[in-house]
Design a protein around this ligand. Structure first.
Ligand code: GLA
Length: 401
């Protein structure tokens, strides 16, 4: 598939999806939406579970997204119709509570809660939400929901928030309202992604650098179709284990604030002080941060072999040391490693299901599809979904008003 082909497909998809969401808005609420925005999901090329350790990540905003069509109301009621769930949720901005039944609406409620908490008086609104990021696939549907919601309110109410502030507010909504203790990566790249680029994000300073994606290789996402299970509880446990590692290492290295501050040499010297599981978790994070930086240098030198090798090492580390992979992800990654023209392949996102990401030479993409799908289906009985991803821009208004 040529790049040109991708561009055309992308443009017509956006047009189709936008007119679809406008039409659905008219059906549900009558009349036209005042604005339509689109926030992308993401695939992370390398740097997994490093964000909440103040480390480095290298995600790409992708051409799968959440669209919101909305119009303000005269009162303080928010009515959100989620096409994927076939239902609406209603709440008042004067009394934003957690919804135990329609848990999908807690993302929007959380965003509204923290915008209001900042002193921004929001208008009520009617909104239709639709997306093509499968929930639990590791492609950050929740961040796209949060960012699209925050942004449509920004468009409608016209308040001043930078994109970084927007991302931080959405992360806060997820941490403190939804109750998932995620890092900043997903919201950040959904807000600030750039077409044809990955973002090297320093999750401590929140500085970032655009890294052009290679033109001679494709980013291929292979969905195991296994939806992650344990993720929230296991995710929070991993965070605690990392924090325990920091507390112990601080006894020997008082300047250490987070695992980001520990070099591989220092780890080698003091790892004997750490309980075994904590040692494994720390080893993953400390070496993963190094892999991200080496990976970026390799991409900038067009050394795709090195970048791919680092991706595959990352997978092994997530499987063996961080223990967040699962049989389906391992089978998918291993199947990819065997295909000629594949530079590297790894699980992406929090883990326990979802997708792998692979860097594949353009001319090998069709072999990849055929061979990986066949091997995976034979081993699991499940037909995977394999797609080429385009690196998209961050959240944007898509429809002229
Ligand atoms: C989830 C979280 C992110 C990040 C990844 C793992 O996607 O939302 O903040 O921690 O897991 O890298």
């Amino acid at each position: 598939m040529t790049r040109m082909g991708n561009v055309k497909r992308e443009t017509s998809n956006v047009k189709r999806e936008t007119s679809n969401v406008r039409q659905r808005f008219a059906e549900v609420f009558g009349g036209e939406p005042v604005a339509v925005v689109r926030a992308p999901g993401r695939v992370n090329l390398i740097g997994e579970h490093t964000d909440y350790n103040d480390g480095y990540v290298l995600p790409v905003a992708i051409d799968r997204s959440v669209l919101v069509a909305a119009a303000p109301r005269d009162d303080r009621q928010v009515v959100i119709h989620a096409l994927g769930f076939g239902e609406s949720a209603t709440f008042s901005l004067d009394d934003i509570e957690h919804d135990q039944a329609k848990t999908w609406s807690n993302y929007q409620r959380g965003v509204a809660y923290f915008l209001e908490e900042r002193g921004i008086t929001l208008p009520g609104l009617n909104a239709v939400v639709v997306g093509d990021i499968p929930i639990g696939s590791g492609l950050s549907s929740s961040a796209a929901v949060e960012v699209s919601m925050a942004y449509i309110w920004q468009v409608l109410a016209g308040f001043e928030l930078s994109r970084v502030e927007l991302a931080l507010l959405c992360q806060r909504a997820e941490n403190e309202f939804v109750g998932m203790n995620c890092g900043i990566m997903d919201q950040f790249v959904s807000a600030l992604g750039r077409r044809d680029h990955a973002l090297l994000i320093d999750c401590r300073s929140l500085n970032y650098k655009l890294v052009p994606l290679p033109t001679e290789a494709a980013v291929v996402v292979a969905d195991t179709m296994k939806r992650r299970g344990l993720v929230d509880s296991e995710y929070n446990t991993r965070r605690q284990e990392c924090e325990e590692g920091v507390r112990i290492l601080q006894r020997y290295l008082p300047e250490v604030q987070a695992l980001r501050d520990v070099s591989t040499d220092q780890f080698g010297e003091f790892k004997g002080q750490l309980p075994e599981k904590v040692r494994q978790r720390c080893r993953h994070i400390i070496y993963e941060n190094e892999r991200v930086l080496r990976g970026v240098a390799a991409l900038q030198a067009s050394d795709l072999d090195t970048f791919g090798r680092l991706m595959s090492e990352s997978h092994a580390s997530l499987r063996d040391d961080y223990e967040v992979s699962c049989p389906e992800l391992d089978i998918m990654a291993e199947a990819a490693w065997k295909v000629e023209g594949v530079y590297g392949s790894r699980m992406t996102g929090a883990g326990f299901g979802g997708c792998t990401v692979s860097l594949v030479a353009e001319e090998a993409v069709e072999d990849f599809r055929a061979q990986v799908a066949a091997t995976y289906e034979e081993a699991t009985g499940i037909v995977p979904q394999i797609t080429i991803c385009r690196a998209e821009g961050g959240v944007t208004e898509v429809s002229p008003r």
